[in-house]
Design a protein around this ligand. Structure first.
Ligand code: SER
Length: 317
């Protein structure tokens, strides 16, 4: 079988950097083009600097590298978006239009990451259903909800095979998130590993849906490889991994790091988190393409601490 030729935008980001490595292993490094606005040399494979707002350069790269599939990960996240609302809207929407148009004109398959940020204050908080009230409270959430609907529009109107997931907060040891409301859940492990006290910007009982990076990457690739007749949702699929509060996460960490200390100083991000679900019903993704998470809080915590230990030791050596 011919391997797909893939272009990734935002390849230096939290998810992008890990997805790029996985796709290189899966399809062969020669079939993957990593792109990012930050021009950082990538020793492991092909890289091109790309501002996802530059439609012409995007099309040139698609032609030059004979691309079949685009994973469009470049975006401004929830917390940063609140500080630069109009710019965040422009970046998130214009870059999406660029990839949607490219997908339409060049018959590409497209992955668009949506988020639990599409939900809002009026959404049922527990086991949030696939179809429900959606009135997002952040610019990021509004852009993701509009994005989902544009994806569906391009599918219905032009037959673009675009697929999407509503990611919960993603936690991994390989990379750091930037500008999100769920970022604390990664930082907490770094502080625990360094035996430093951690100050959390969310309230102790602020439960949110989260997912371990391995599950998120596997979900993304499984969705993209699923037979086309199994994909019934063309907005974005709910996806659940686990859900916990900062307090519960700290308790899990103390099973391995009994001296870990946490304090709380909620800021504007607490209000954003409070408008998001506590937990997600992902039964539609389970039915349509067989989604099943593998990590719970304890298993993730153990692996995060182990992997970060190796990472910090390697840095010292
Ligand atoms: N992790 C993202 C954020 O916090 C949510 O999609 O903005």
């Amino acid at each position: 079988m011919n391997q797909p030729r893939v272009l990734i935008t935002g390849a230096h980001g939290q998810i992008g950097s890990v997805l790029t490595k996985s796709l290189r292993r899966r399809y062969g490094a020669d079939n993957i083009l990593a792109t990012d606005i930050r021009d950082i040399h990538d020793p492991e494979g092909q890289f091109a600097q790309l501002d996802a707002l530059d439609a012409k350069r995007l099309l040139d790269l698609i032609d030059t590298y004979r691309i079949d599939v685009v994973y469009h990960l470049a975006a401004i996240l929830s917390a940063k978006g609140e500080q630069i609302p109009q710019q965040a809207w422009q970046i998130n929407m214009d870059s999406l239009f660029n990839v949607l148009e490219a997908a339409k004109n060049k018959q590409l398959q497209l992955f668009f990451p949506s988020s639990i940020a599409v939900f809002g204050e009026n959404t049922p908080r527990d086991d949030t259903p696939q179809e429900t009230i959606m009135q997002p409270s952040t610019v990021y959430g509004i852009s993701k909800l509009a994005g989902e609907n544009w994806c569906q529009y391009y599918y219905l109107k032009y037959g673009v095979d675009v697929r999407s997931i509503r990611y919960p907060g993603i936690i991994g040891y390989q990379s750091l998130p930037g500008g999100g409301t769920t970022d604390y859940a990664v930082d907490i492990y770094h502080k625990a590993m360094l035996a430093e006290p951690f100050t959390c910007f969310l309230a102790p009982d602020m439960k949110l849906p989260m997912m371990y990076m391995d599950d998120a990457i596997r979900a993304t690739i499984e969705l993209m490889e699923a037979p086309i007749n199994q994909i019934r949702v063309r907005t974005a699929y709910n996806l659940s991994g686990m859900c916990f509060s900062p307090q519960e996460q700290a308790q899990a960490i103390r099973k391995w790091k009994p001296d870990f200390s946490i304090s709380y100083a909620p800021d504007f991000r607490q209000q954003i988190a409070a408008s998001w679900p506590n937990s997600i019903d992902d039964s539609v993704a389970q039915q349509d393409w067989g989604w099943k998470p593998e990590y719970n809080l304890d298993r993730m915590t153990q692996e995060m601490l182990e992997q970060l230990k190796n990472k910090y030791q390697a840095q010292k050596a």
